[in-house]
Design a protein around this ligand. Structure first.
Ligand SMILES: Cc1cc2nc3c(=O)[nH]c(=O)nc-3n(C[C@H](O)[C@H](O)[C@H](O)COP(=O)(O)OP(=O)(O)OC[C@H]3O[C@@H](n4cnc5c(N)ncnc54)[C@H](O)[C@@H]3O)c2cc1C
Length: 406
C-alpha cells in the first residue's frame, strides 16, 4: 500500500466533506477524503441554491434537518472559517384549502420534533418581503430558524474543522476500484495506487452508482436535472430576507444579495440512466431549458409584483441524484462489508449534509442505531430492482417535491 487510512471517503462535495467533519467530531480522525477534481465542492454542490429548510412531513426528517441547522449555527459561531450561514427564517405559502390543511399537519410534526413554526398574517409577511404581493396566500407558515448558505463556504468550513482534527484531503485523485479480501473491502484503488482502509464511503454524487458498481453492488442512484435562475440586482432585495417556498406553484425563491433567485420543480423531469456514462466520464452538459424556466417565472407572476419582469442574469443547473423512494442511502452494505453509502441526496444534500454525516456515524459506530437510520441502509435495494421503474420513480420524486405529503 502506498497509503492507508481507517476510512476513505470518495468524493469531496458537501456530503463527503460533511461526513468527514462528523466523523472527526465523533473522534474518528484517521480519515482520508479523495476528490477527483482539482478542488473540493466542484460538481453538484457548487450549483446548489443553498436553501436549508427544516419543515418536513415526518419527525425523523425534521430532526435530521434540525441537526444540520444546529451544526451550521455552531460553525458560524465558533469556526475560523465560516459557512456563511444566514438564519433569515422562511415563509411557506398556501394557496389552496388542501395546502392549508397540510400546513396544520406540518405544524404538528414540527412541534413534535421540537421545531418552532407559526402561522403569520399577510401583513407580517409583507413587512419581510415588501416587494411581494401576498394576496393569493391563504396561509403563511413561518419557520424562524430556517435560512440559507453558500455551499462552497460550507465545504470550506467542514474542511477546516475536519483537517484541524486530523482528517486528510487530497484533490485531483480519482478512485478507480476497490480491493476485497474475503468479500470485505480492504483498499481503495486510485490512479496513484491503492489506499488501504477498513471502510470506503461512497460520497461520489452523480457517480455514486459507479462507485457502488465497482464494489459489486447495483444501486438505483439516478441523476435528475435541477435548475434555477438568478436575476439582475434590484434595489429592493437584501440578503437578510427570508427564504420563500410556494409549494402550490412548485417554486422556491430567496434574495441572492440584491437579486432574486428562483427555482422550481417541473411536472416532467429529465433523468439520466447512470449506466449511460462511465465512471471516468464527466457528467453530460445541461442546456439552458428556457421553456421550463419560463414556467417558473410565469408561476411566480401572481406574487412577483415589480419583480415579474426582472431580467435573468444567470442559470444554475446540475444533476442531483434521486432514489426511487426519495430517501437518502446511508450506511454499510451487508453484501459488501466495508462499503458504506452516503448517496442519493434527493436535492437536499447541502442542507442535509451535517445530518447525513451524523446518521452515518450512528449507523457505523453506535451499538443500536435507530430504526430510522437502519431504514436508510443500501440493503433495501439488495433484492434487485427494475431500472426503468427505478428511473421513473426517481423522476417522480422531483416532480412531486412540493406535493402534499411529500
Ligand atoms: C440547481 C441545483 C440547486 C440545488 N439547490 C439545493 C439547495 O438549495 N439545498 C440543498 O440542500 N441542495 C440543493 N441541491 C442539491 C445539492 O446540490 C446536492 O444534494 C449536493 O450537492 C450533493 O452533494 P454530493 O457531495 O453528494 O455531490 P457532489 O457535490 O457532486 O460531490 C460528489 C463528488 O464526488 C467526486 N467523485 C465522483 N467520482 C469520483 C471518483 N471516482 N473518485 C474521486 N472523486 C469522485 C466528484 O468529483 C464530486 O466532487 C441543488 C442542486 C442543484 C443542481
Amino acid at each position: 500500500m502506498t497509503d492507508a487510512a481507517r476510512i476513505v471517503v470518495v468524493g469531496g462535495g458537501a456530503i463527503g466533506c460533511g461526513v468527514a467533519f462528523q466523523l472527526a467530531e465523533a473522534g474518528v480522525t484517521d480519515v482520508l477524503v479523495l476528490e477527483k477534481e482539482p478542488a473540493l465542492c466542484a460538481v453538484t454542490s457548487a450549483q446548489a441554491a443553498g436553501l436549508v429548510g427544516q419543515v418536513r412531513s415526518s419527525v425523523e426528517r425534521t430532526r435530521l434537518a434540525m441537526w444540520s441547522v444546529a451544526t451550521f449555527s455552531r460553525l458560524e459561531r465558533e469556526s475560523e472559517v465560516k459557512p456563511g450561514w444566514r438564519q433569515t427564517g422562511s415563509l411557506r405559502i398556501a394557496q389552496t384549502p388542501e395546502r392549508v390543511k397540510e400546513f396544520h399537519h406540518l405544524i404538528d410534526v414540527a412541534h413534535r420534533a421540537g421545531l418552532e413554526v407559526t402561522l403569520l398574517d399577510r401583513e407580517a409577511a409583507r413587512r419581510m418581503w415588501p416587494e411581494l404581493d401576498f394576496r393569493p396566500a391563504r396561509a403563511i407558515l413561518w419557520c424562524p430558524t430556517d435560512g440559507y448558505l453558500q455551499p462552497a463556504d460550507l465545504v470550506a468550513s467542514y474542511r477546516h474543522e475536519a483537517a484541524r482534527r486530523g482528517v486528510r484531503f487530497r484533490t485531483g485523485v480519482r478512485v478507480t476500484g476497490f480491493r476485497k479480501k474475503g468479500g470485505r473491502i480492504v483498499a481503495v484503488e486510485t490512479e496513484e495506487g491503492p489506499v488501504g482502509c477498513e471502510y470506503a464511503i461512497d460520497a461520489a454524487g452523480a457517480h455514486g452508482y459507479h462507485l457502488a458498481r465497482m464494489a459489486g453492488l447495483d444501486l438505483p442512484i439516478v441523476p435528475v436535472r435541477h435548475h434555477y435562475i438568478v436575476t439582475t440586482p434590484t434595489g429592493n432585495l437584501g440578503p437578510e430576507m427570508p427564504v420563500l417556498r410556494l409549494p402550490d406553484a412548485t417554486l422556491y425563491a430567496r434574495a441572492e444579495m440584491r437579486a432574486l433567485l428562483l427555482g422550481g420543480w417541473e411536472p416532467r423531469a429529465l433523468s439520466l440512466d447512470p449506466r449511460s456514462y462511465g465512471p471516468a466520464d464527466p457528467l453530460p452538459p445541461i442546456e439552458e431549458d428556457w421553456p421550463v424556466l419560463a414556467t417558473f417565472m410565469e408561476n411566480f407572476r401572481p406574487f412577483a409584483g415589480p419583480l415579474a419582469d426582472q431580467p435573468v442574469r444567470r442559470v444554475f443547473t446540475g444533476w442531483p441524484t434521486f432514489t426511487p423512494d426519495g430517501r437518502f442511502v446511508i450506511g454499510e452494505s451487508s453484501e459488501v462489508p466495508g462499503f458504506v453509502c452516503a448517496v442519493g441526496c434527493n436535492a437536499h444534500g447541502v442542507s442535509g449534509s451535517a445530518g447525513i454525516g451524523r446518521h452515518l456515524v450512528e449507523s457505523l459506530f453506535e451499538k443500536t442505531p435507530s430504526a430510522y437510520v437502519k431504514s436508510l441502509s443500501p440493503d433495501r435495494f439488495a433484492r434487485g430492482f427494475d431500472w426503468a421503474e427505478a428511473e421513473r420513480a426517481a423522476r417522480r420524486v422531483l416532480e412531486t417535491y412540493y406535493a402534499i405529503g411529500h
